[in-house]
Structure formats: C-alpha cells, structure tokens
Design a protein around this ligand. Structure first.
Ligand code: SF4
Length: 231
C-alpha cells in the first residue's frame, strides 16, 4: 500500500532530483527506526492510502524537472504485485529511472523485478552484524541472498545507519566481506533526536570525529568507496 509521496527530493537518489514514494508496513522492527508511523500497523491504518493513478499524475506534473523516482518505505517488497504495477506504469508512462530502497529481506521479489528490468538502482541497508539481525526480526541469510541476486545485475549501494548500539568497528569488520560489488557504502549519521520504534534502548549517537574513524576503518577493509552522509 502506498502511504506517502514527496514531489521533489535532492538527497534520496544519488546524483538525481527525484520524486519519492513511500510504501507502508515493514517486517523488521529496528529499534532505531524513525518511520514509526509507516511501520506500526496501529499507526499505519490512520494514514490514507494513495492510489497509483494519483501518484502517476503527481509524477507527470514534475516530469520536466525530476530525473528519477525513489520507492521506499517501510519495506516496499512486502507488496510485490502493487510494486510491480507501479514500476511498470512509471516505466511506461514517464520513462524515468527507478531506485528501490530495501531492507533486503525479499530476494525472490527483487529477482523478479530485475528480470523485468524494472529497477535501475538499489539501496540495501546493513543494519547490524549478521548474528544480531534477529534483534531486528530479520535474518541475514536473506540479505546475503539478495546481494547474490543483485550483484552484477544492477548498480547498488549499501547504507549503514551508524547506531552505536548496533554498529562499531567490530561490526563493520564482520559486515565488510559482504560489501564487495557495491557502487559505494554510505555510512549515515544516526540522529537520535526523533521518536523511535523502541525508545527504551539507549542507542547512542556518534560524533563527526567518531564517524570519520568508522569510515577510515572501513576503507581499510573493503575495495569499495566509502562515504559519510548527514555528518
Ligand atoms: S527496515 Fe527500515 S522501515 Fe523497517 S523497521 Fe527497520 S528502519 Fe524501519
């Protein structure tokens, strides 16, 4: 279900001005998630649904100045039929490149979208060390499978929100072997000032210097460009 639309964004599709479409619902429960309204069913039900026709009409209006469309969430791959229809119509009616943001938990959905050439770029999140994915209600084996599906088929970036409770040098070392093939790894500053899914855990926040130290450390472990975001 589509639950949100932003007409113009300068930051969601690297190198492009984009429109952003938000899907509701998520199978993960990351304590640091600040899209609480899009994740918790009891909140989600109060957000009106937006139809594909309406979304396409809004994109059409902006076609002159946007150069891409981002589909994000929540987790868009939980709605494979709607996602496919939306992507097919974007391709057919406005012919814009599509970036998909995903937690990587649905490799079979991504595989079928790639088969139909519906996705131009993927951002996949690495949220914690593999053995800690169950704390997010995830399973890193699915992320690994998604990586094997996308590597060599579509450009992708790995995004890491640097939440101290989950990500330190030690965790980056464990995740580094899974980063090869990415166009870049983006370490994003975790802003600890918003309402989060689990306010009871002390998640912490890194200083700009600490984030630079994580970046330098990771650069020593991978052959992929590492960038910092929102620092
Ligand atoms: S995967 Fe994303 S949307 Fe889902 S709970 Fe985690 S941070 Fe929130």
């Amino acid at each position: 279900m589509i639950k949100g639309f932003r007409g113009t964004s300068l930051v969601d599709y690297p190198g492009k001005i984009s429109a952003v479409i938000f899907f509701g619902g998520c199978n993960f429960r990351c304590p640091f998630c600040y899209n609480v309204d899009l994740v918790l069913p009891e909140r989600l039900k109060d957000i009106p649904e937006i139809g594909i026709d309406e979304v396409l009409a809004e994109i059409q209006k902006r076609k002159g100045f946007i150069s891409g469309v981002v589909i994000t969430g929540g987790e868009p791959t939980l709605h494979p039929r709607l996602l496919r229809s939306l992507m097919e119509r974007i391709k057919a009616e406005v012919s814009l490149p599509i970036k998909l943001d995903t937690n990587g938990s649905k490799p079979e959905v991504i595989k079928s979208l790639l088969k139909e050439n519906l996705v131009n770029f993927i951002a996949i999140d690495f949220k914690a060390a593999p053995e800690r994915y169950p704390e997010l209600r995830g399973n890193f084996a699915q992320i690994e499978e998604t990586l094997s599906v996308i590597a060599g088929h579509v450009p992708f970036e790995i995004r890491i929100t640097a939440v101290p409770y989950f990500i330190s040098h030690n965790e980056l070392e464990k995740l580094a072997p899974f980063m090869e093939g990415a166009e870049r790894v983006a370490i994003q500053r975790f802003m600890n000032e918003y309402e989060k899914l689990n306010p009871e855990i002390d998640l912490g926040a890194y200083s700009p210097e600490e984030l630079k130290s994580l970046k330098v450390f990771l650069e020593g472990k991978v052959n992929v460009p590492v960038v910092l975001r929102n620092v």
